[in-house]
Design a protein. Structure first.
Length: 256
């Protein structure tokens, strides 16, 4: 199942991830998400976007390991193409993006939140982490620099090299999220924020979004292409193969 639930009310688009177990991303899931983002960005009267999850306790656990483990290189290339296309689509979305994080946001799930403009998270029962090194790959440079912009170089270092998976209060303290919300009030708060953002002057908001991204956008495509090539190379390594095999087999990886 790879479904993105769409709701559009009063110029506010809600995209709810419903990709199956753990909202793990596969090629079909990425393709559906990318299509929904492209469609939303082209809506002439859209004023705000909310990204959330249809699953009760999980925002997204990141890549579905079965989408990598044992797959032919052609399929992995397709997966990674969508991987970066979705990040770019969120990063360059023309209106404010609110991530309503209703549960665990791991790996790519955390990246979706990072690419958003505002991050609301449930006040308990969730963790945010970037565990890439633990499975034999690295965080792409575009994502790493975005994380450094948000929480600083030292905190980024600790998140990546120490395997930290902060709970909501800790994530708020280090600046990884903007606000803690009781679970049953999360979507109401996200819609309230989106409504306030939607009331701002349309053209000025779109201009501010562009200005805020200029440092990246001047070289964004080249950066993403380098990241794509680097990620593909790492996914073909013995370490990544062992890391994803361990995820599929639900065991700890054994690295040399």
């Amino acid at each position: 199942m790879s479904n993105i639930q769409e709701t559009y009310v009063n110029s506010i688009l809600e995209l709810s991830l419903n990709l199956g177990e753990g909202n793990g991303f596969t090629v079909p899931g990425f393709a559906a998400f990318e299509a929904a983002l492209t469609k939303g960005a082209a809506m002439p009267d859209i004023r705000a976007l909310i990204i959330t999850s249809a699953l009760p306790d999980t925002f997204s656990n990141g890549l579905n390991p079965n989408a990598v483990h044992g797959q032919p290189i052609e399929q992995i290339e397709k997966l990674i193409g969508h991987f970066f296309a979705v990040l770019k689509a969120i990063h360059t979305f023309p209106v404010p993006v609110v991530a309503a994080i209703n549960g665990h946001a791991i790996g790519y799930g955390a990246m979706v939140g990072l690419m958003s403009d505002f991050r609301l998270i449930v006040d308990k029962g969730a963790r945010v982490s970037f565990p890439e090194l633990n499975i034999g790959i690295s965080l792409p440079s575009f994502v790493t620099l975005s994380l450094q912009d948000l929480v600083g170089i030292r905190v980024t270092r600790d998140l990546l090299f120490s395997g930290l998976a902060p709970k909501p209060p800790e994530a708020l303290e280090i600046g990884l999220v903007d606000e803690l919300v009781e679970k049953e009030k999360l979507m109401d708060r996200a819609r309230q924020l989106a409504k306030r953002l939607a009331a701002l002057p349309r053209n000025a908001v779109r201009s501010q979004k562009e200005i805020s991204r200029w440092r990246f956008d001047l070289d964004l495509d080249a950066m993403l292409e380098r990241d794509r090539a680097s990620t593909l190379k790492l996914l073909g390594s013995a370490e990544a193969m062992e890391g994803f095999a361990a995820l599929v087999e639900k065991r700890r990886p054994r690295f040399d």
